[in-house]
Structures are given as C-alpha cells and as structure tokens.
Design a protein around this ligand. Structure first.
Ligand SMILES: C[S@@+](CC[C@H](N)C(=O)[O-])C[C@H]1O[C@@H](n2cnc3c(N)ncnc32)[C@H](O)[C@@H]1O
Length: 359
C-alpha cells in the first residue's frame, strides 16, 4: 500500500484498492449536498462566495445517501480495529450521515461541535447566523474498544484542562487560506489546520496512517506531516491534487506536539532501576548524588539497590530517607556523572525505554 501519497480518482472506487484493516484513522470531509438553489447577494449587492461546486451537487437525497453508504462502507472495511473515523458536516448533511454511520454499525464516541469564531453572517436576516459544524467521531463498531485517544496529551494541549467537545476555531482565512493566481480562494471549503491538529493529535500516534477520501487542498496531509504521521489522500479533481501536493511538499518543519504522545507514554512505562544496572548503563559501584549536594552520595549495588551510609534500599526509599519524606521519585532525585557531565538518572531511564520499547 502506497503511503504519503495522493490517489487521483473517485473515492468509492479507489478505497476498494486499499487492504482491509490497514489504516489507523480516517478523516472525511465529504460533499455537504448544500442544495444551493440560487445565487446569494449581500445587502450591498456583492455576490456571496458560497459552495456551488459541481462536486457538491446530488440529484436527490436518495442519491446522496447511496453515495454516503458506499464510501462509509469502504471506510469501515479499511479501518483497523484499533482505529477510528471522524466525519465533518453541517446541518445540511450531518444528520443523514450520522444515521447512515449508526446503521452501518459504527460506534459514536463524540459529536464535536466546531464553533466558528468568525462565521459568515446570515445576510438575509431570515434565521440565526449559522456558526457551527459537527464532527462525528466513531470507532469501527461496538466491539472495538481499544481505539486511540490521547487524553492526557489533549489536556496538556488545552492548558492542563480537560478538552470539551466544543472547539472554538476560526474559519480558514489569511495566510493559511490558499489562493489561486486570480487572488480568489483556490478551494471553497478548505478546513483550518487547527481543526485537523486536534483530530490527529487526539486519535493517532506517531507514524500512524491517516486516510482522507475527500482530500481537497490536502489539509489532512499537511497536518499529518507536521505531526509525524503518514497519510493517504484520495481526490477526484486534478486541480486540487496539484495544490495539495505543492502545499505538502513545501512543509519542512514539524510541530513540537509531534513528540508529545511518545513523551507521555514514556512516562507511563515502569522500568526497574536494576534493569539499568543489568545492562551496564549504570554500573555496580557507581556513585549517585543529589542535586542539592554532591556530598550526599549513595553507591549502586549489583542487585540495583542503593547503599547510603549503613542503609540499603531502592532509589526511591533512600531518596525519601534523605529528604525525610514518606515517598520520593528516585528517578527525578538522583544524579550521576557520565563523561564529566551531570545527568539525572531519569534521562538514562528514557534512553533505556527508547532502546527497548520504541514508543
Ligand atoms: C469538502 S471538500 C474537502 C476539503 C478539504 N478538507 C480541505 O481542507 O481542503 C470535498 C472534496 O472532495 C472531493 N470529492 C467529491 N466527491 C468525491 C469523490 N467521489 N471521490 C473523491 N473526491 C471527491 C471534491 O473535489 C472536494 O475537493
């Protein structure tokens, strides 16, 4: 299977070429079937730049539903049991799409509301300004409980507060909005990278494969690349493929958050101190000391225990005794000299984890 690639063609047909249970995440931003019947004008008579593209038009609700059943069926087939799918839509289509997903057996995890901070006004004043879109997030079926959700990392991303299912993000404008040679939007529905950042960060790990069957300008591919994930895009219009390719090829820097999931996981892996001694990363007889005083020294024993004066115990126990506290995280307490450099033993633990469990 080709990865980091854009496939040209109809997604229903091209999805059939992707093996069963082979992708980790699907993000789908399908046609919304907006059914725009007439051109809309602002009060000053300028034309509203709405979504009137051919690719958004369907002859009937039945035709739209059949189309969604077909691509969603393929998406479910190619999704790994540990994977999940996000589908975005507006009030025009999301209820139909949601019903179809439930009928196909997808298991809804969240309906996330994208609250647009800069929505297009309702120029005619006939109803409320529509300021939201909905993202339905599902696992493959009711039995697939081991989907990826990086809860801690999203909390960290959200300033140490649990992230809710309402996301306040502006429409894609300014520098980020891709324009054609005529200065007009290159695509009518380019999504903001911030939206995809939350989707991909929350539900994938590094090197996971993210599939987008309606690739457009390649927002999913661009964000996947910046976050160290792989992508597969499918798009019918060559014009958009060219834009997406140029966009993705020009990315040279990754985002800092790309490493967050791995760092979090590393923290959760338990490593006995004696494993580092067994592998000679720290040797029996080495001296450990504390940040406060080089003179507070303990000696590493062959079995991974520490000897401090006449007391023998774990790195944690001896640390607690020295600080006169009930507990101590020894990994963050003890230092060692390596090649004339003072290192926290936790750094050696990270090195050990990277060597043994590629996180
Ligand atoms: C809503 S837009 C996606 C925009 C994209 N998320 C972005 O940020 O640029 C839907 C895209 O799907 C493409 N498309 C529509 N029907 C398709 C089909 N049957 N197979 C593949 N692509 C299709 C359209 O050409 C359009 O670019």
């Amino acid at each position: 299977m080709l990865i980091d690639t854009i496939i040209h063609g109809d997604c229903i047909e091209k999805l059939k070429t992707i093996p069963d249970s082979s992708v980790d995440l699907i993000f789908a931003d399908p046609p919304y079937n907006m059914q725009l019947k007439s051109v809309l004008y602002r009060p000053n008579n300028t034309k509203v730049d709405g979504v009137d593209d051919q690719w958004d038009k369907f002859a009937s609700f039945k035709e739209y539903d059949d189309f969604c059943i077909a691509w969603l069926t393929e998406c479910q087939r190619v999704l790994k049991d540990t994977g999940s799918i996000w589908v975005i839509g507006s009030y025009h289509n999301i209820f139909r799409v949601g019903t179809i997903m439930l009928n196909l057996g997808f298991w809804i995890l969240n309906d996330v509301t994208w609250y647009k901070t800069n929505p297009m006004p309702n120029f005619l004043g006939t109803r409320f300004t529509n300021a939201t879109e909905t993202l339905i997030w599902c696992s493959k079926n009711a039995n697939t409980k081991k989907y990826t959700f990086n809860h801690k990392m999203m909390k960290k991303y959200n300033g140490d507060k649990q992230m809710t299912s309402v996301w306040q993000i502006g429409l894609c404008i300014g520098e980020e909005r891709i324009k054609g040679d005529n200065g007009k939007k290159a695509h009518s529905t380019q999504k903001p990278e911030e939206l995809l950042k939350r989707v991909i960060l929350s539900s994938t790990n590094r090197d996971d494969i993210v599939l987008d069957p309606f690739f457009g300008t390649g927002t999913t591919g661009a964000v996947a690349k910046k976050l160290g994930r792989k992508f597969i895009g499918i798009e019918r219009e060559q014009e958009y493929i060219d834009i997406a390719r140029k966009r993705i090829n020009s990315i040279t820097k990754s985002w800092a958050e790309a490493d967050w999931v791995e760092e979090e996981k590393e923290k959760q892996i338990k490593v006995p101190f004696e494993n580092l001694v067994k592998e000679n990363i720290i040797k029996a007889g080495d001296v450990l000391y504390t940040r406060k005083s080089y003179n507070t020294q303990a000696f590493v024993l062959e079995n991974g225990a520490l000897q401090y004066k006449n007391t023998i115990g774990s790195i944690h126990k001896i640390g607690a005794i020295i600080q006169q506290t009930s507990s101590c995280n020894g990994w963050k307490f003890w230092y060692i000299l390596k090649n004339s450099k003072s290192l926290l033993i936790d750094d050696l633990r990270s090195e050990y984890i990277r060597k043994h469990n590629r996180v």
